[in-house]
Design a protein around this ligand. Structure first.
Ligand code: ZN
Length: 444
């Protein structure tokens, strides 16, 4: 195998990376041609400036949603789909370094975005450049696409897909090696039913988390507490009301959690039998695969549907639940929604769309997946790790024929979205070697 990545290549990448880490690029209020505030736009301009300085041609969306950097020529486009926005620093006091100043310590690069996704973006750019520096020319156009609101609503790549050429194949270096070839569809929605004068509840958690706790301080507390006990649900009487205990996990793993809000709803259904949305919750039960409601929804690639309910709102005007569904890749989205609509109708509940992200599915016997796997295995010697499926979401699913590839090794500690985010130089080096080898095999 060729050695594309030298100390100099990596040190150059680190030097340039520090410039984009220095831009706090979390989502803020929009300004003129800064749809997500000044930070993401500035980080986008900075990375394009770096790309240009090492030989890429660049384009920035005049409205500031996205940009891209091209190198090489060919009929096809190989895309590397990245993002320049980050999540906020979080608890500043818990950081040992300044989050928006990259610091090298003990062989690690500290700073917000070193893992997600500025580090992998810049590392991949320099990996691609190293192939050219070794004297090769590409047979495809290689395009780095930089989004700017990956951590929020992906409006950046929606704009890209509206105005720009689609890629023919590609990778999103924004997860873990070896690769993720299937990600379930993601549907967030509301179920809206009639109001009730009996109850006034406003229990709302995040869409993507199983509620780990719910507090009930409405009427008939003794009866509600008794109902909870009849169901053997863990709950305490506190000075704030009844506290129902669950176990919070990410919505994509909803069946592994215990949903405190659903448990409350099931108990309330015994005490307030006329409130239809509660009867719906009783029917739904604690089955976060929604089998009671929809029957078995699954496929042989990505497993079962998950269905997380994360709110319970009831007032005199309406009742409402928010739901997060992770849909198996081979299940037809529109047919599933029709099924949900039918299933909630007997409870006078209407289905309302909030946000939908299509699934990712590139079969493992495709040229793309086979080549990426072989590059990973040959560079690392790891033949045990298999292509993975994930209920999470990367930009890979916004593009055709695109998988998540790296840039964290299976052994890299996960610091994404956490305080003291850091990426070790050794892992970065390995990631650069894998990306360079993969792009060499696919595009030279
Ligand atoms: Zn990311």
């Amino acid at each position: 195998m060729k050695t594309f990545i030298t100390d100099k290549v990596q040190n150059d990448a680190i030097h340039e990376l520090s410039k984009v880490i220095a831009v706090p690029s979390y989502c803020e209020e929009a300004g003129e041609n800064e749809p997500f505030g000044p930070g993401p736009k500035k980080a986008l301009e900075k990375v394009l400036e770096i790309a240009e300085s090492i030989g890429f041609t660049t384009h920035i969306d005049p409205k500031g949603y996205y940009g891209y950097a091209d190198i090489g020529e060919g009929d096809q486009i190989f895309g590397l789909v990245c993002h320049m926005d980050v999540v906020p620093a979080g608890n500043i006091d818990a950081w040992n370094t300044e989050p928006f100043k990259m610091v090298e310590k003990d062989g690690k690069l500290f700073g917000r975005g070193t893992q997600d996704d500025k580090g992998p973006s810049v590392a991949s750019m320099f990996a691609v450049k190293s192939i050219m520096d070794a004297g090769y020319t590409f047979n495809k156009k290689i395009r780095f696409i930089f989004g700017t609101d990956e951590e929020t609503l992906w409006r950046c790549l929606a704009q890209y897909n509206k105005f720009e050429s689609p890629i023919d194949m590609g990778i999103a270096p924004d997860a873990e090696f070896p690769l993720i070839y299937a990600e379930k569809g993601l549907q967030q929605s509301y179920l809206v039913g009639e109001g009730s004068d009996e109850l006034n509840l406003n229990i709302v958690d995040a869409f993507n988390a199983v509620p780990g706790k719910a507090i009930y301080n409405g009427p008939k507390q003794d009866e509600v507490f008794e109902a909870l006990q009849n169901h053997k649900f863990d709950a305490d009487m506190t000075s704030d009301g009844i506290e129902i205990h669950g176990n919070s996990v990410h919505a994509m793993n909803a069946p592994e959690g215990t949903n405190a809000t659903v448990r409350l709803g099931i108990a309330l259904a015994d005490v307030f039998p006329d409130v239809k949305i509660l009867q719906f919750l009783k029917k739904f039960g604690e089955d976060a695969n929604a089998t009671n409601l929809l029957g078995d929804i699954s496929d042989d690639v990505s497993g079962k549907l998950t269905f997380n309910i994360s709110s319970l709102e009831i007032n005199s005007k309406r009742s409402r639940l928010q739901i997060d569904m992770r849909i198996p890749v081979k299940v037809d989205h529109d047919e599933l929604i029709k099924k949900v609509e039918e299933a909630v109708k007997p409870f006078d509940i209407k289905y309302e769309n909030f946000d939908y992200v299509a699934p990712l599915y590139v079969p493992t016997d495709t040229e793309l997946v086979k080549t990426l796997m072989s590059a990973y295995q040959d560079v690392t010697g790891d033949t045990k790790s298999k292509p993975a499926i994930s209920g999470g979401a990367t930009f890979a699913r916004t593009m055709n024929n695109c998988v998540a590839f790296g840039a964290m090794l299976p052994t890299t500690p996960d610091f994404m979205h956490q305080v003291n985010e850091n990426w070790s130089k050794a892992d970065m080096r390995k990631a650069m070697e894998i990306i360079a080898e993969a792009v060499y095999r696919l595009c030279v």
